[in-house]
Ligand binder design. Structure first.
Ligand code: PLP
Length: 397
């Protein structure tokens, strides 16, 4: 039996079967390429789902993590570390907010943000507890965050779900205006919807949401777990849309692949939490923060973000060209920077499989939206390669 076959069999026997996996065993990565155990090379246009923002094997990241691992991997939040303090200071400076907290994943970051918003709102009025989120959103897999996630398929079978969540259609300001009230604790939205199919905010939507929140003394929580960390072309996607949230959540790309999550809040909101109100054993440990520090020193620089903007614009143009060439296959091209989507008129999994066979890793979300969330270091030549493969595959459809 081949080494690969052995892994497939072990997994099918012993691993909880919750993932629809592609049949390759990955072994190493270098820049924008991944290699499987047979030595086959893949151009990576998924980046571990918007995680590997600096690509694979990025030397300063590998060095920082190796050095930190040799010194101190973990020590508990009962003590201070330089790595954590420094990462928090960087996030506060970049966000224009005041207090950062580190955890281990996106779901945990949103869970913390929901707790903070509820605690803050209960300080205003006992019945101020409603959290409004959007249909087609994605906020995580814990019980509270799957309830916040406006997609019934993630909720079915997990009841009873926590009370106090309701949903509006993203980009529909009228509906929010009707739903929001003085009982609303927070409106929680992805700045750009990722998992739901790459939807960007239209016509000053977020500014209007901000104004409605202010009117009702409700908090605006922006989930930038996928769209943040430079992916939109700005470090925080909300900078693009001229709004500032009360709480922003991050994870995915924040430590370039090392598990981490974070939420950052204004001083006013943060005062709702006192010692003991929230916590974590692993969150913000020196290993994860040493990685985050490299990302936070690299991604927000002008030249780095300029690359995201330029390559992103180029990529979108090329996708629009493909749409012109295959108008019956591609319905719409959406997105900003390096979070791009091409909605197909049919299910996308077969296309993803065909492209994989030809040597590139792409993704399909929401059933029929090809989603591109590559490492942020890709070049135009990498875009050309993926477009060439897509062209070949679509030509045969
Ligand atoms: C991935 C994602 C999450 C959940 O993050 P996990 O680390 O998988 O818990 C939450 N919100 C958004 C927008 C995401 O893309």
């Amino acid at each position: 039996m081949s080494k690969e076959q052995e892994v497939f069999e072990q997994d099918s026997k012993d691993y909880l079967p919750v993932f629809n996996r592609y049949k390759i065993v990955l072994e190493k990565g270098e820049g924008v390429y991944l290699y499987d155990t047979t030595g086959k090379k893949y151009l990576d246009f998924l980046g571990g789902i918007a995680v590997n923002v600096l690509g694979h094997g990025y030397k300063p990241l590998v060095d920082a993590v190796s050095k930190q691992a040799a010194k101190l991997i973990h020590c508990s939040n009962l003590y201070y570390t330089e790595a954590q303090a420094s990462a928090a200071t960087k996030l506060v400076k970049l966000s224009g907010l005041n207090r950062a907290f580190f955890c281990n994943s996106g779901a945990e970051a949103n869970e913390g943000a929901i707790k903070l918003a509820r605690k803050y709102a209960h300080g205003i009025a006992e019945d101020k507890e409603e959290i409004i989120t959007a249909w087609e959103s994605f906020h995580g897999r814990t019980i509270a965050t799957l309830t916040a996630t406006g997609q019934p398929k993630y909720q079915e079978g997990f009841g009873p779900l926590p009370k106090g969540f309701s949903y509006v259609h993203y980009n529909d300001i009228k509906e929010l205006e009707e739903k929001i009230s003085d009982k609303t604790a927070a409106v929680m939205l992805e700045t750009i919807q990722g998992e739901g199919g790459v939807y960007t905010p239209k016509d000053d939507y977020l500014k209007k949401v901000r104004a409605l929140c202010d009117k009702h003394n409700a908090l605006l929580i922006l989930d930038e777990i996928q769209a943040g960390i430079g992916r939109s072309g700005k470090f925080f996607a909300y900078e693009k849309y001229g709004v500032k949230p009360d709480i922003v959540t991050l994870a995915k790309g924040l430590a370039g692949g090392v598990p981490i999550g974070a939420f950052i809040a204004t001083e006013k909101v943060a005062t709702a939490f006192h010692a003991g109100d929230h916590g974590t054993t692993f969150g913000g440990n020196p290993l994860a923060c040493s990685a985050a520090n490299v990302v936070l020193d690299t991604v927000p620089t002008e030249s780095f973000l300029k690359n995201v903007q330029e390559v992103g614009r180029y990529f979108k143009e090329k996708l629009l060209d493909l749409q012109k060439k295959y108008p019956t296959a591609i319905k719409e091209v959406r997105g900003e920077g390096l979070i791009l989507g091409a909605e197909l008129n049919f299910e996308g999994r077969e296309i993803v499989n065909e492209v994989l066979k030809k040597g590139a890793i792409i993704n399909c979300t929401a059933g029929n939206v090809l989603r591109f969330i590559p490492p942020l270091i890709i070049q135009k030549s990498d875009v050309d390669e993926v477009i060439r493969l897509l062209d070949e595959v679509l030509a045969k459809k």
